[in-house]
Design a protein around this ligand. Structure first.
Ligand code: F0G
Length: 457
């Protein structure tokens, strides 16, 4: 049969709220028109993030019941460590409570002030933690990524020519790290090819620069490689993921995504000296090196989650579900960044809402309309997030794109829930002119999207 079935059925469920249109209108106004200020019990379908929002399995919960909460040397730590070493091949594993804790520990240990960290695209906390370490984050995405409609298979790649130019140019000696984000969350959930990772490794080796992965979605990248890169079509997702880790000198992993758990992460390292510095930093700020801010039951869920996430039947079904949502949305006349990734779809709000200028924050406007019409929560990736504003909060430099990310939690929503999302969008697409723009009332200087207050224009 052509139907692609998820390899699980649902055993424990949680009710979702349904509010009236008036209640949603009031809730959004009280939230200062910022979805981050909404309460979860005001939301019908929550597509704000795929991070820590997945469903766990019966096997994970059974393992959690065996969690060993000893302060040091817990059984759960050894289960977790063995699983991660087996997946990554790194001799040193440091557990952290989530990805950004690993970022802070690695960057403050590895990067010197004034150095440059180069990436295909830094995720926003990664960007912030490079800066907090006194270094300069620099994104070198491949040129294909700029064309949102192009169906190139690996638009998450780094621009190898630009990387080589930087490494051989006058700033070459300042490059302290090359960090490849797989998949590229900042640029449309696009995957990175193994050929690109191999070339990055060669360049880094030649120029003696450490090469790390930010591998929050290591299994989803591996699945897309198995489908799109012919040299790997016979490899399992797990083999591809392991090969990617082997190419790098170390990694940062938020396990809130492909760890299929609410919390967790790790740093993987080869270098003994760097490990010693990071470990001291970890013990001082996160916890002893056998728990790193996690409970024993978390380590158990993670050890099991890492096994489950590379199941080809699971990855095939998840990729198919996102692709199906993309087709429904595209058929309704709403463009998404092509080709569809796995953990999220990025709606092209600028194209759907030509009556709004970047100053009206079209991505944010579309996100608000999805909540007002359907109780759907999502996040803007456009000028509200990436643009620069003056002291009166007027937009000065718009972002290159006005997008909205629909992030898809793992194993949480059925295709029926996603059909509902497409139907709400289809209704907006029939009469887009009724979507109003927004202006900023107040905003913090740092990390604007999380605390900004807006009002309709
Ligand atoms: N790196 C990437 C590529 C991420 O997507 C995230 C988080 C992090 C690092 C940080 O990890 O949240 O565990 O501290 N992304 C979430 C998102 C928040 O919604 O995309 P964390």
């Amino acid at each position: 049969p052509r139907t692609i079935l998820p390899p699980y059925r649902i055993k424990v469920v949680e009710p979702i709220p349904f509010l009236s249109a008036e209640e949603r209108q009031r809730a959004l106004a009280e939230a200062g028109y910022n979805p981050f200020n909404l309460r979860a019990d005001q939301i019908t379908i929550d597509l704000l993030s795929d991070s820590g929002t997945g469903a766990t399995s019966a096997a994970q919960e059974a393992a959690a019941a065996l969690g060993d909460e000893s302060y040091a040397g817990a059984r759960s730590w050894f289960r977790f460590r063995d699983e991660v070493v087996d997946l990554t091949g790194y001799p040193h594993i440091l557990p952290v409570h989530q990805g950004r804790a690993g970022e802070r520990i690695l960057f403050t240990s590895l990067l010197k002030p004034g150095q440059i960290c180069i990436s295909n695209t830094h995720f926003d906390t990664t960007h912030a933690n490079v800066e907090l370490a006194g270094a300069e984050p620099r994104d070198l995405p491949c040129p294909e990524a700029a064309d949102l409609d192009s169906v190139e298979p690996f638009k998450g790649n780094i621009d190898l020519d630009a990387l080589e130019r930087t490494l051989t140019g006058p700033e070459g000696h300042r490059v302290g790290l090359v960090l490849m984000t797989i998949t590229n969350n900042g640029l449309g959930a696009q995957p990175v090819s193994m050929a690109n990772l191999e070339a990055v490794r060669e360049l880094c080796r030649r120029h003696h620069v450490p090469f790390f992965l930010d591998a929050a979605r290591f299994a989803e990248n591996a699945w897309l490689v198995s489908q799109r890169e012919s040299a790997y079509s016979d490899w399992t997702p797990r083999q591809i993921a392991t090969r990617a880790f082997q190419l790098a000198d170390g990694c940062l992993v938020s396990l809130k995504k492909d760890g299929l758990s609410a919390i967790g992460g790790f740093i993987g390292l080869r270098d003994d000296d760097l490990h010693a510095v990071c470990e001291a930093n970890l013990i001082a700020s996160e916890g002893f090196s056998t728990y790193g801010g996690l409970a024993g039951h978390d380590l158990e869920r993670l050890a099991q989650g890492i096994r489950e996430v590379v199941d080809p039947a699971y990855l095939r079904a998840r990729a198919a579900s996102t692709a199906r949502l993309a087709r429904l949305i595209n058929d309704a006349g709403v463009a998404t960044v092509q080709p569809a990734g796995i953990h999220g779809l990025y709606l092209n709000a600028a194209r759907l809402l030509p009556h709004l200028s970047p100053r009206d924050f079209p991505g944010h406007s579309l996100g608000c309309q999805l909540y007002l019409d359907g109780g759907i929560r999502c996040a803007e990736v456009g000028s509200l997030y990436l643009g620069t504003v003056d002291d009166q909060h007027q937009l000065v430099t718009p972002a290159p794109f006005e997008l909205v990310r629909l992030a898809i939690p793992r194993r949480v929503y059925t295709d029926t829930h996603l059909e509902y999302v497409a139907a709400v969008l289809a209704d907006i697409a029939k009469d887009p002119e009724r979507v109003r723009g927004y202006r900023i009332v107040s905003a913090p200087r740092l990390l604007r999207p999380f605390k900004v207050i807006l009002e309709p224009v």
